[in-house]
Design a protein around this ligand. Structure first.
Ligand code: ASP
Length: 438
């Protein structure tokens, strides 16, 4: 029998009504065997995520303040779900233990992880599945990095002992047994790790949208959904700001070639987005897969006559950035010019020092550092076959009256990245979207 691993995000497990939808989805196919649960998310715009409330408890104890009000709210969230589902389950003992731990200054990660721990217990009880604590199967190394190989080995054995199970997302254990979490949204990563260990045929990531959209709907009106995207394209788009899936979540499944299907818990019949290793080209695939962008960049522009023949020029400039703890995003250069795109946050408070150090290191004829740059990435696996894609990107920008400040085409021809002034961000996104998506 094939195996599917499902991960449900916080909004899909926020209340009893969503738990019912989740159960209907899980029970509709016997292959849906392993379920990774997030902590209860927001039920409405004014609501608070359980994880955020747990972080609040940690902050309160650090300031020796009372946690009772927040702790009661957390407890009630779970009790309401249990009552509304009519379950014969009490979490009293768990809550007593967790409260003691918090009062005894348990670690921040331990406290935050209890959101998924408790929700997975409730979900396992409701589904009639086994509960597998993530601390028994997800491991970190001493330096805090994820221990992929140990996890894969131990988790594979563990899963084999359970035909159907629920595993809490977001955390695992350190070699000394303490709990550590991944970064925020890390249950996506847990799902991917479980899919790899279960040798799953498919990793279904259930959330509250029907997959990825071709552009950010805050800037582009009613963008189309992406049906199929490759891991590589997704990496480009999420790096540039497209959210939905945790940035790291593709890595474990990519190793094993397991596809990810982003699905909507509230509209399970929607196809969602398939994330695959290689996508067959089909006639109705467009030239581009998606457009994403980010504001908040700065350019360091350098000019010097004969720069091209000065050995080590680039190295010395980059050394200055390295010594200031700044990494660069892009580095388009001309014969006598070089521009370096960096994150504005990374250089703020250091601008003057960086300019002085670069001047000392390479004596440029001209140097300037300008903020207010937005980067836009046009991503598409089909671009490599198309003639004139770059032309159409520039034409779209020109038609929108936008001056392009920087151009960078990845060597894989998977993307074209342009830099524009932040004020032109929306117009550029809209222009490019309408150029390519009719
Ligand atoms: N509950 C955690 C968070 O809010 C992890 C997750 O939902 O993936 O970040």
């Amino acid at each position: 029998m094939s195996v599917k691993v499902l991960k449900f995000g916080g909004s899909s497990l926020a209340d009893a009504e969503h738990f019912r939808k989740v159960a209907a989805i899980v029970k509709s196919e016997p292959e849906r065997r392993y379920v990774v649960a997030s902590a209860p998310g927001k039920r409405n715009a004014d609501d608070e995520k359980v994880t955020d409330m747990l972080y609040k408890c940690y902050d309160l104890t650090r300031n020796d303040e009372d946690i009772d009000n927040v702790f009661i709210c957390i407890k009630r969230r779970y009790e309401k779900i249990i009552k509304d589902l009519g379950l014969d389950l009490s979490l009293d003992k768990e809550f007593e233990r967790i409260k003691m731990a918090i009062l005894h200054h348990a670690g921040r990660d331990y406290i935050a992880s209890r959101g998924e721990y408790l929700n997975a217990i409730v979900l396992a009880n409701y589904l009639g599945f086994d509960f597998i604590d993530a601390e028994k199967g997800i491991f970190f190394c001493d330096d805090g990095s994820f221990d992929a190989e140990k996890t894969n080995r131990v988790l594979t054995d563990l899963l084999e002992k359970h035909e159907y199970a629920v595993i809490p997302g977001f955390y695992g254990s350190m070699p000394n047994g303490t709990i550590k979490t991944f970064t925020r949204g890390g249950s996506d990563f847990t799902g991917s790790v479980v899919a790899r260990a279960a040798r799953a045929d498919l990793y279904e990531n259930w959330t509250d949208v029907s997959g990825f959209l071709m552009a950010d709907p805050r800037y582009v009106n009613d963008p189309k959904a992406i049906e199929t995207i490759t891991y590589k394209e997704l990496r480009e788009l999420s790096y540039m700001g497209a959210t939905v899936l945790h940035e790291d979540a593709i890595f474990p499944v990519r190793v094993a070639g397991i596809p990810i299907n982003i699905k909507n818990t509230n509209r399970p019949a929607d196809r969602g987005t398939m994330i695959v290793k290689n996508a067959e080209l089909s006639a109705d695939d467009g030239l581009i897969t998606g457009i994403a962008g980010k504001k908040g960049f700065s350019t360091i522009v350098l000019e010097k006559d004969m720069m091209n023949s000065e050995l080590g020029f680039g190295k010395r400039v980059l050394e200055v950035l390295m010594n200031n703890g700044v990494s660069f995003e892009h580095l388009p250069s001309g014969i006598d010019t070089m521009s370096i795109i960096v994150s504005t946050d990374d250089i703020k408070d250091k601008k003057l020092a960086i300019a002085e150090e670069i001047t000392r290191a390479v004596h440029p004829d001209y140097i300037s550092i300008d903020d207010g740059i937005a980067l836009i990435a046009v991503v598409g696996r089909n671009m490599v076959n198309g003639v004139g894609t770059a032309y159409r990107v520039f034409k779209a920008a020109a038609d929108a009256g936008v001056n392009i400040k920087m151009i960078d085409q990845g060597s894989s021809e998977l993307n074209i990245i342009i830099g524009v002034e932040e004020k032109d961000y929306q117009a550029t996104l809209q222009g490019i979207y309408s150029e390519f998506v009719k």
